[in-house]
Structures are given as structure tokens and as C-alpha cells.
Write a protein that binds this ligand. Structure first.
Ligand code: HEM
Length: 436
């Protein structure tokens, strides 16, 4: 991505080859907008659950919580990752997105699937068939992404992370479908717990965290204007995270979860190596902290808390009950993954709009707006300030079974989601203005 629209004249010509390979604006953008809607829906539903005391203690409603989890994991997180992969193809692999039409069809199937799956979870219907369009959408996305990667001249470091993470997506979706078919009646499985543990970790570590790790080496370096000196910590992280994850999944599926403490230690060391690599990127940066980089730091802190919670569950320092597990999943989703996504999206969306709306057809001496002018920075700082305490109040709320803490967490998250929508609106106005 070109770094700043204030670069010397002529430098703008450099966006032309990129634009020639980039997918049309609405291919990635529809994913980011749908994801924002899912984030806001999650925040509203979480508030409904927290204020209605449906999320902790004896009144815990499992299906409602499962719907919440998949609004966030499918609607917010996976939708964003798919959008980012569409957008990143020309940046990472210098090639165009292959089978664009398959991606557009996949997006519709995915939207229908999420609405059906979550809708049935929340209305007590059988949720296996509604999940099938989600899996079908995954097949179409994979068809496009794998063909795109295959057409790349070479698969760089980030590409290798993404290739692994889409592999984990296939396995987690199969396990998810089996769990959905098995349902509360237990049609197939003697020990659904073993599949659930594998599904959760393949999803949150294999699919999401590996993709985040790979993308962060590229994007965080780019946004902080930092050059990566050594990739050794990142390589160590990649090996440890894969060994820990595969060990955990195989142990859970076939050996009755005997060595969970060992996998937890390996995974925590993997996270440590990754954090060390990101720290190196940050210390070599040439840019002041902005909201996007601050969100990334927040995510790194959340990742460390996640590792501590994971070790505590594996070593029995925390009781392995539904509240501690809820705290663990909530921490991964809200303290680690969500701030990372928010940070990157606050850079990616203004960049995309600037690129497609302003840089196309620009000729000197006309003035191009700076990319910063496409956002309202104080509003983004306000969003960050409101968001930051919310995951930790939620984690404490689950651990202490405190509805008051959950309510505080939910209220802040809802405010943050509203501010996020407002911030997106500020940027999207530039498209509307240009079109009208
Ligand atoms: C085809 C797609 C998917 C299907 C059909 C599916 C299905 C399911 C089902 C049925 C459960 C509950 C199992 C039980 O309690 O017995 C579950 C749990 C879970 N899934 Fe998925 N899933 C899918 C994709 C994903 C993805 C992409 C993620 C994350 C990125 C994810 C994260 C989770 C988590 C964290 C839980 C545990 C929820 C909790 O215990 O609170 N799932 N999934």
C-alpha cells in the first residue's frame, strides 16, 4: 500500500498497477460493512443478555450464548478475515483475486447461513441445516483463495500463515457441522466435549490467530513504518503454535485430553515468541502511536491475558466450570482478536476509500485529500477509550459471576460499537459524496 497521499507527484502513478490488480471496492467493502453490522448486533445482544442476567451463574442460557459466540466469530471475525484476504491478494501476492464471482456468491451464502444459524440458535430451532450454507460459503471462498495463492509468483511469509489458517478452517467447519448435527440430543457422539474443545481451538487459534499473526507482520510493519530485522522469533512462534494446536486437537479428539497442560505451555511459549517479534517491529517504528497502533498494543495485552487464563485452566488453578470457560472464550474474542481487527480496519477502510475514490484519475495540480482527512481522529480515540476496559470487566464478570460487572462491560461495548459505526460512516461519506 502506498504510505501517504502527500508523497511527491509521480509517486501516485504507483497506485495504478496496484489498482489494476485490486478487486473492485465493493468486494472487500461488503465484508467490512457486514462485519460491522454483526459487531453491533453482538454488542446489542450481549447487553440484552447481560442486563437480563442470562450469561452467568444458574441462569446461564447456553443456546443464547452460542448464538452470541457465532455472531461474533462468523459475522464479525470470519467476515472481516475474508474481506481482508480479498483485499490483500494484490498486496501480498501481486496477483488479482481469482474467481471474483465465486466470492460474491459466497458472501450471499455466508450472510444467509449466519442469519439462519444464529437465528435458529436464538429461537430454539434445529440448527444443523441452517449451518450448511455457511460451510458451502467456506468452500467457495477457499476455491477462490487457494487458486489466488496458487497463481502467486511466490508465497511469502504472511501467505504461508494464511495457507495454514485456511486449512484449519476446513477442519473446524467439519467439526462444527458434526457438533451442530449432534445437537443437544447427542445423536452421534459419546463425548461431544472432545469435539467441542478441538473445534474451539482450531477456530480461535488455527483459523483466526494464525491469520492475525501472519497479517500483523505485514500490516503492523507497514502502518508503523518499521522494517523487520529478523524473523527468527516469528518462525519459532509459527512452529510452536502449530505443534501446540495440533497436539491439543489430536489429544482432545482421540486421547481423552491427557496432556492439556503440555499443549498449553507450548502454545503460551508460541505466543511469547510472537509477542517478542511484534515488540521488535514496534521498537523499530518510525511513527507516533495512533489509534490503530494503540489498538494493536491492546490486543497484545489481551493475548497475554488469554495465555495466562489458558495455563490456569490447564493446570487447574481455575475451576474448569462454565463461568471460567466463558471468561476464557470472552478473553480470546474481545481482548485479543477484536482490538486487533479494530486497529487494522481503522487503517484499511480509509485507505481503500482513498484509493478507489480519490487516487483514481488524479491529475496534478488538483489537490488530493490526505488519508487522515477521511477519518475523525478524536472520535476514533473516543471509541478506543470506551472499548479498552470492556473486555476486562467482562472477564472479571464471568470469573466472579457478577452481573454488575457484565452489565458494565456490555454498556461500554455497546457505546464502542456505536462509535465504531459512526467512524465507519465518516469514511463512507466520501464514497457517497463522490457518487452524488
Ligand atoms: C461451519 C461453521 C461452524 C459451525 C457449524 C459451528 C458449530 C458449533 C457448535 C454446534 C458449537 C456448540 C457445540 C456444543 O456446545 O456442543 C460450537 C461452539 C463454538 N464454536 Fe463454532 N461453528 C462453526 C464455526 C466457528 C468458527 C469459524 C469459530 C471461530 C472463529 C467458532 C467458534 C466456536 C466457539 C468459540 C465455540 C464454543 C462456544 C462456547 O462454548 O461458549 N465456530 N460451534
Amino acid at each position: 500500500m502506498p504510505d501517504s497521499p502527500t508523497a511527491a507527484p509521480g509517486a501516485y502513478g504507483s497506485t495504478a498497477p496496484f489498482l489494476a490488480k485490486a478487486p473492485p471496492l465493493w468486494v472487500p467493502m461488503r465484508h467490512f460493512l457486514a462485519a460491522a453490522a454483526a459487531f453491533a448486533t453482538f454488542a446489542a445482544a450481549f447487553a440484552y443478555g447481560a442486563f437480563g442476567h442470562r450469561l452467568a451463574g444458574a441462569q446461564f442460557q447456553a443456546r443464547f450464548a452460542l448464538g452470541l459466540v457465532h455472531t461474533l466469530t462468523l459475522g464479525w471475525i470470519t467476515m472481516t478475515l475474508f474481506g481482508a484476504m480479498c483485499q490483500l491478494a494484490p498486496v501480498l501476492w501481486e496477483t488479482s483475486l481469482v474467481a471474483e464471482r465465486a466470492v460474491k456468491t459466497a458472501w450471499w451464502l455466508f450472510m444467509i447461513g449466519i442469519a439462519g444459524f444464529v437465528g435458529h440458535l436464538w429461537t430454539a430451532g434445529d440448527y444443523f441445516w441452517p449451518a450448511v450454507p455457511v460451510a458451502a460459503a467456506f468452500v467457495l471462498y477457499l476455491y477462490s483463495f487457494l487458486r489466488t495463492m496458487a497463481s502467486a509468483k511466490q508465497l511469502d511469509w504472511t501467505g504461508k500463515h494464511l495457507a495454514l489458517s485456511v486449512g484449519y478452517l476446513v477442519v473446524l467447519a467439519m467439526l462444527g457441522l458434526i457438533l451442530a448435527y449432534d445437537g443437544p440430543q447427542g445423536r452421534l457422539l459419546n463425548d461431544p466435549e472432545s469435539l467441542l474443545v478441538a473445534h474451539v481451538h482450531l477456530a480461535l487459534i488455527g483459523w483466526v490467530s494464525l491469520a492475525i499473526m501472519g497479517v500483523s507482520y505485514r500490516l503492523v510493519s507497514m502502518f508503523s513504518l518499521s522494517h523487520l530485522q529478523s524473523k527468527t522469533p516469528g518462525r519459532v512462534a509459527l512452529v510452536l503454535v502449530n505443534v501446540g494446536l495440533i497436539g491439543l486437537a489430536v489429544d482432545s479428539l482421540f486421547f481423552g485430553r491427557r496432556w492439556m497442560a503440555l499443549w498449553a505451555v507450548i502454545l503460551a511459549c508460541g505466543y511469547g515468541a510472537y509477542a517478542y517479534q511484534v515488540r521488535q517491529i514496534f521498537s523499530a517504528r518510525n511513527r507516533k502511536l495512533d489509534p490503530a497502533l494503540s489498538y494493536t498494543i491492546l490486543a497484545m495485552i489481551g493475548g497475554a491475558v488469554w495465555a495466562v487464563l489458558g495455563l490456569s485452566l490447564a493446570f487447574g488453578w481455575l475451576p474448569n466450570d462454565s463461568d471460567a470457560r466463558a471468561a476464557y472464550v470472552f478473553c480470546i474474542l474481545l481482548a485479543w482478536i477484536t482490538p486487533f481487527i479494530l486497529g487494522q480496519i481503522h487503517k484499511i477502510v480509509p485507505f481503500l476509500v482513498w484509493l478507489h475514490v480519490y487516487s483514481k484519475g488524479w491529475k496534478p495540480p488538483a489537490r488530493l485529500p490526505k488519508m487522515e482527512e477521511l477519518t475523525l481522529r478524536p472520535l476514533v480515540w473516543a471509541e478506543l477509550a470506551v472499548f479498552a476496559p470492556s473486555p476486562y470487566l467482562g472477564i472479571a464478570g464471568f470469573l466472579a459471576e457478577s452481573n454488575a460487572l457484565l452489565e458494565a462491560s456490555a454498556a461500554l461495548l455497546l457505546c464502542a460499537a456505536i462509535l465504531y459505526l459512526a467512524n465507519l460512516g465518516v469514511t463512507m461519506r466520501h464514497i457517497v459524496r463522490k457518487v452524488s
